[in-house]
Ligand binder design. Structure first.
Ligand code: ZN
Length: 242
C-alpha cells in the first residue's frame, strides 16, 4: 500500500492546492492528515472541506480543537491566539463541529499516527530531539508512528539494541527490527527554513519512506493573510519557512 501523510495546513489554501496536485501525481492508496487544518491562514473553511475530500484519516490538531472551542488557546503565542479568534469567528458551524469531533490518534496494522505524542496526545507536547523520541517509543507498540505538530521534518529510529538516534528526514528504509517516529513536516507553514510544502510518502510493502517538497505561491498565501487582517508576521514567515 502506498500511503501519503501530510499535516499542518493551517488554513493555507495555495499550499493545500499544491499538495492536492502532488497527490494526483503520486496516486497513493490512502491519505492520512495528521491535524491542524486551520489556524494562522486565511482559508479555514476551504481547507477543512478540501482535506475532507482528500484524506481517509483526519486527526485533530491543537489549532483545530482551539478554533472549534474544544480546547483553550491560552498557551498559544499572541499571533497564534489572534489567528484562532479570527478563525473561530469565520469558521462555518458545520466545519467547527467536524473539527471538534476529530479523533486524536489512528492505528492501522504496524502503523500509528498522532498530531503530537502517542502517549499523551491531549498534552500537545513536541518531539524535537532524540531524547524526546526515546521516551515516546515506550508509548506505542506499533513499528512506526507518524507525528506532526513541530512543522519540522524529522526521523528518529530505534535500533534493536534499544538506542534511539535521529536520521535524515528526507528518506528512510524501515527494515525489520527497526522502529521509527516520522514527522512529515508541515504543508502550510514549514519551519525548517524551506518554504515548500511537505508531503510524506510511505510504501508499506517495501518500507520505503520519502519526503516530497512542493513549492507553491507563498506570496498569494501571505497576501490573503494580510487582506484578512491577520497578524503580518504570519504572512512573512511563509516566505522564509521559519
Ligand atoms: Zn501546526
Amino acid at each position: 500500500m502506498k500511503l501519503a501523510i501530510f499535516s499542518d495546513v493551517h488554513g493555507n489554501l495555495p499550499a493545500l492546492e499544491a499538495v492536492r496536485i502532488a497527490l494526483e501525481r503520486e496516486a497513493p492508496d490512502r491519505v492520512w492528515f495528521l491535524g491542524d487544518a486551520v489556524g494562522y491562514g486565511a482559508h479555514p473553511n476551504e481547507c477543512v472541506a478540501g482535506i475532507r475530500r482528500m484524506a481517509h484519516v483526519f486527526l485533530a490538531g491543537n489549532h483545530d480543537w482551539a478554533a472549534s472551542g474544544r480546547c483553550s488557546a491560552e498557551t498559544f503565542t499572541r499571533a497564534a491566539r489572534e489567528a484562532i479568534h479570527w478563525t473561530s469567528a469565520h469558521l462555518q458551524h458545520e466545519h467547527a463541529a467536524f473539527l471538534a469531533a476529530l479523533p486524536r490518534t489512528h492505528r492501522e496494522g504496524p502503523l500509528r499516527a498522532v498530531h503530537a505524542t502517542p502517549g499523551a496526545p491531549e498534552c500537545w507536547n513536541y518531539i524535537l530531539t532524540a531524547a524526546d523520541a526515546a521516551g515516546c517509543f515506550r508509548e506505542f507498540s506499533q513499528q512506526c508512528c507518524f507525528v506532526a505538530h513541530s512543522h519540522v521534518p524529522a526521523v528518529f529510529v530505534r535500533t534493536p539494541d534499544g538506542n534511539t538516534r535521529p536520521a535524515a528526514p528526507e528518506h528512510l528504509v524501515v527494515q525489520t527490527g527497526l522502529r521509527c517516529i516520522i514527522n512529515c513536516g508541515s504543508a502550510g507553514q514549514p519551519r525548517d527554513g524551506n518554504p515548500a510544502a511537505c508531503l510524506g510518502l510511505f510504501d508499506t510493502r517495501t518500507g520505503h519512506y520519502r519526503l516530497v517538497r512542493i513549492p507553491y505561491d507563498t506570496t498569494a498565501a501571505g497576501r490573503a493573510i494580510l487582506d484578512a487582517g491577520l497578524p503580518p508576521v504570519l504572512a512573512a514567515r511563509l516566505e522564509s519557512g521559519r
